[in-house]
Design a protein around this ligand. Structure first.
Ligand SMILES: Cc1cc2nc3c(=O)[nH]c(=O)nc-3n(C[C@H](O)[C@H](O)[C@H](O)COP(=O)(O)OP(=O)(O)OC[C@H]3O[C@@H](n4cnc5c(N)ncnc54)[C@H](O)[C@@H]3O)c2cc1C
Length: 459
């Protein structure tokens, strides 16, 4: 039984938002039924994205539908509002948000009041003011971007196969990835592997005609798997003819030429930007305390420091790592922490509503697994280091055990099993991004310009 009626507002429907709401749904079942508690989740998409599967979705090993979990289905005791919180006045316990309906009605944003706030809007790509990046760069954080990139890579192969101009062919077959973390290395590894396979269906493209370049500013890649495994990954990628450039930065990609800090210049139509993340800009539109790096200042109990009835976790939150030897260390922005923090966050809100003491978040990072393409991987987990097929297998087993809901696990397993029996899926459905294009043309309109493929680079 809770002390007072509580309206809980969860901002964000990603790892933290979904798992916190799920936990609250379990812990406060009776209170929800009696109407003593109300949980509202506000998020721009009606689904949670399992981001570690995005590289496999880009490679076609998993369908985009199976990388996401429908929030309304799993959060059946919560209200899911598809919308975006624009600002929060926590002193007044009020959030201002826009939804599809507010846009349609033209009435301006609406206000929502709450008693408890869970702020989990995650992070966005950390970009730099590099010439041409905003116009031509491609991100890799959402399922739409992953599928767009897959279609784009296959389209580049189609362009290269049909052009008579060697400069166009060369640019189409050059793929530059900036950032050697999880997202960049896995996306490049999976897409190169897919493109190498796809080349067998083109009469005039051989795998060695393609240039795949990984640009990383520091002297190592995949810090998550440790130094030794990071070095192995560099060797493995170079063995596949991937040009890995460490201590190198992208300086410009204006006019569709990637210019690197080591002086190299690559005409290209593909620059994928995965050089880190920064906290969601929403945090700056609140009256809640932030660190110098812009994350919310949190306590080890996952409350927002100095604020009452406000909670945070995941990429947006600076949670003290109580297991670290060095004081002042924050937990890293990754799924391993996000999921565990969300569960404790749900428990602590239930404790707080019942007047019970709060628990402390404590989790020692256990290591990571990464896929580098079909049957290729690297892992460093619980002190064990694995390479090649065993690491790739472990990557699949680990993520299958982690992807939310039995339904998704079964579907992903079925897809993997089928893809082991049949040939790889390498079709590009780029036209899905413009379903009305053909009809508009037939009706006398102009065809839309695809910003990823605009030859003039005008958009
Ligand atoms: C390609 C890729 C691969 C990755 N692989 C791994 C991996 O193998 N292992 C690992 O540990 N980590 C991995 N990560 C990192 C991991 O996915 C993140 O750390 C995790 O998603 C963080 O959870 P979160 O809930 O804080 O943020 P998210 O899961 O990003 O959720 C944030 C949610 O808030 C919503 N939101 C944003 N702004 C607003 C707003 N204004 N109003 C309302 N809602 C808003 C967003 O739409 C989203 O639904 C990967 C990330 C990427 C991009």
């Amino acid at each position: 039984m809770v002390k007072e009626r509580a309206r809980i507002l969860v901002v964000g429907g990603g790892y933290v938002g979904m798992y916190t709401a799920l936990r609250l749904q379990q812990k406060l079942k009776r209170e929800l039924r009696r109407g003593e508690v109300e949980i509202t989740v506000v998020t721009p998409d009606p689904y949670m994205t399992y981001q570690p599967f995005l590289p496999e979705a880009a490679a076609g090993a998993i369908s985009p539908r199976h990388v996401v979990v429908l929030l309304r289905r799993v959060l059946y005791r919560c209200h899911v509002v598809v919308g975006e919180v624009q600002s929060i006045d926590h002193a007044k316990r009020t959030a201002t948000l826009t939804t599809l309906a507010t846009e349609e009605e033209g009435a301006g944003p609406e206000q929502m009041t709450y008693d408890e706030l869970v702020l989990a809007p995650g992070s966005i790509s950390r970009t730099l003011p590099i010439p041409g990046l905003a116009d031509h760069g491609i991100g890799f954080k959402s399922v739409e971007e992953a599928i767009g990139l897959r279609n784009h890579v296959i389209e580049q192969m189609d362009i290269a196969s049909s052009t008579r101009d060697p400069a166009i062919r060369d640019a189409a077959l050059t793929f530059v990835f900036v950032g050697g973390g999880f997202a960049g290395v896995e996306a490049l590894g999976e897409l190169e592997d897919m493109a190498r396979y796809a080349a067998r269906y083109y009469h005039n493209i051989r795998p060695e005609d393609m240039k795949w370049i990984l640009v990383e500013a520091s002297d190592r890649i995949l810090p998550e798997v440790g130094e030794e495994m990071g070095r192995y990954t560099v060797t493995e990628l170079r063995r596949r003819n991937i040009d890995v450039r460490l201590r190198t930065r992208l300086e410009s990609c204006a006019d569709r030429v990637a210019v690197l800090s080591d002086g190299a210049r690559f005409p290209t139509r593909t620059v994928v930007w995965t050089a880190g993340v920064k906290p969601s800009p929403l945090l700056a539109a609140t009256d809640l305390p932030r660190t110098e790096r812009g994350r919310l200042k949190c306590t080890p109990q996952l409350t927002i420091d100095g604020a009452t009835h406000a909670w945070a976790a995941g990429d947006a939150a600076a949670v003290p790592d109580v297991t670290a030897a060095e004081p002042g260390t924050e937990t890293a922005p990754n799924a391993q922490h996000a999921v565990r923090q969300a569960k404790l966050l749900g428990d602590n809100i239930a404790h707080s509503l019942r007047g019970e003491p709060l628990e402390t978040y404590s989790h020692r990072y256990v290591g990571s697994v990464a896929s580098l393409g079909l049957h290729k991987g690297v892992a460093h987990v619980y002190g064990r280091k694995l390479k090649g097929y065993p690491a790739w297998f472990m990557h699949r087993v680990y993520h299958l055990s982690r992807v939310p809901t039995f339904n998704r696990k079964a579907r992903v397993l079925a897809e993997w099993t089928l893809s082991g029996l049949f040939k790889r899926e390498i079709v590009s459905l780029g036209s899905l991004e413009h379903p009305r294009a053909e009809f508009e043309l037939a009706a006398g309109g102009k065809p839309p310009i695809d910003p990823m493929n605009d030859p003039k680079g005008s958009s």
